[in-house]
Design a protein around this ligand. Structure first.
Ligand SMILES: *Cc1c(COP(=O)(O)O)cnc(C)c1O
Length: 345
């Protein structure tokens, strides 16, 4: 058996035997004709889950966000997003390339905005010289913020500000189900604050491919068009969508185990003098910490750990990310902690 403990990301999971079997037996059809029964089932399941009129299966989380922005905007519009958000940093400038819009990033605390920040950032009243503020995008849980969860009171306040100014509120909910499981607040309640949202099946949920976009029928019609423009119309894709359907129906509750393991890792790291970490900000499955040793930076640590078959992701000079996932067990976490203790104390 392969002993590697891969904590670089929650995207490194491989489909389990059960998931593969479900995928193998999936009914398929031409989804560009709307005739793939598995995709149709996944889309209705997610629309229902989020309490939205419709949902659309797309190949990636990036396409889910980009198709949403395309659907919501006209060239020259402005999107308010967070400085360390995925939309701003990890989608290759897609909003400029694909939708001709500009991003207006502002920095939140651990990736989280306050309603006042949003209120200040919205350009109002409209001015002929200014880009038009059109969409506000939140991320929940916030990846670069360390998997942190947005308090619903804050989302409510932001939603009031955004909708009060007739703007659109979009959620990059790549890891929304992590927030759902951790807080007990339903996906439907979270989704209710937003005009559109996305969710990734290929993160902690453990499916090999795909994301969902959800919103009103009118919005989904535009997002569907965007998916086609971006080259994301797929044919007998039910075979991969089955992995997503399996994931959303079977792998949600178990995210709790990932969270418990992340917390345990964070608390152990907090005892090492060479590590700086805020365990209270470890809400879900992502652990972000700084290496504060003189002789070692983030890359050095990750290289040394790699020799012990523990993989983590250096994010910057001193910052490291570890994400628990479907392939990492309690014993794996014990092993990772032991190896890190050897290196860091
Ligand atoms: C992973 C991720 C995405 C989408 O990524 P893809 O790799 O394109 O599927 C979007 N937003 C966040 C916050 C993510 O972590």
């Amino acid at each position: 058996m392969c002993p590697v403990v891969d904590l670089r990301s929650d995207t490194v999971t491989k489909p389990t035997d059960e998931m593969r079997e479900f995928m193998e037996n999936a009914e398929v059809g031409d989804d560009v004709f709307g005739e793939d029964p598995t995709i149709n089932e996944l889309q209705s399941y997610c629309a229902e889950l989020f309490g939205k009129e419709q949902a659309l299966y797309v190949p990636s989380g990036t396409m889910a966000n980009q198709a949403s922005l395309f659907a919501h905007t006209n060239p020259g519009d402005e999107i308010i997003c967070e400085y360390s958000s995925h939309i701003f940093n990890n989608e290759c400038g897609g909003p400029a390339v694909l939708s001709g819009v500009q991003l207006h990033p502002i920095r939140g605390e651990h990736g989280l905005f306050s309603a006042d920040q949003i209120s200040e950032a919205i350009r109002s009243p409209p001015n002929v010289h200014h880009p038009k503020s059109k969409v506000v995008a939140l991320e929940n849980t916030h990846n670069a913020g360390g998997g942190v969860i947005y308090p619903t009171e804050t989302i409510q306040e932001i939603s009031d500000v955004v909708h009060g100014k007739n703007l659109i509120l979009h959620l990059d909910g790549a890891r929304l189900m992590n927030a759902v499981v951790e807080t007990g607040i339903s996906a439907r309640e979270y989704a209710g604050y937003f005009d559109s949202l996305t969710l990734c099946f290929s993160k902690g949920l453990g499916a090999p491919v795909g994301s969902i976009v959800a919103g009103s029928a009118e919005f989904i019609e535009q997002a569907h068009r965007a998916r086609k423009i971006f080259g994301g119309g797929m044919r007998q894709a039910g075979i991969v969508a089955a992995g997503a359907l399996f994931a959303i129906q079977n792998n949600v509750e178990r995210l709790q185990d990932d969270h418990a393991r992340a917390k345990r890792l964070a608390l152990a790291l907090d005892t090492f003098p060479a590590v700086s970490i805020e365990p209270d900000w470890v809400h879900t499955n992502i652990v972000i910490f700084d290496v504060v040793a003189e002789q070692m930076n983030a890359t050095d640590l990750c290289n040394v750990l790699q020799n012990d078959e523990v993989l983590m992701l250096p994010l910057s000079e001193n910052r490291v990310r570890a994400a628990t996932n479907l392939m990492v067990s309690d014993t794996d976490i014990d092993y990772a902690i032991e190896k890190m203790e050897n290196v860091l104390t």
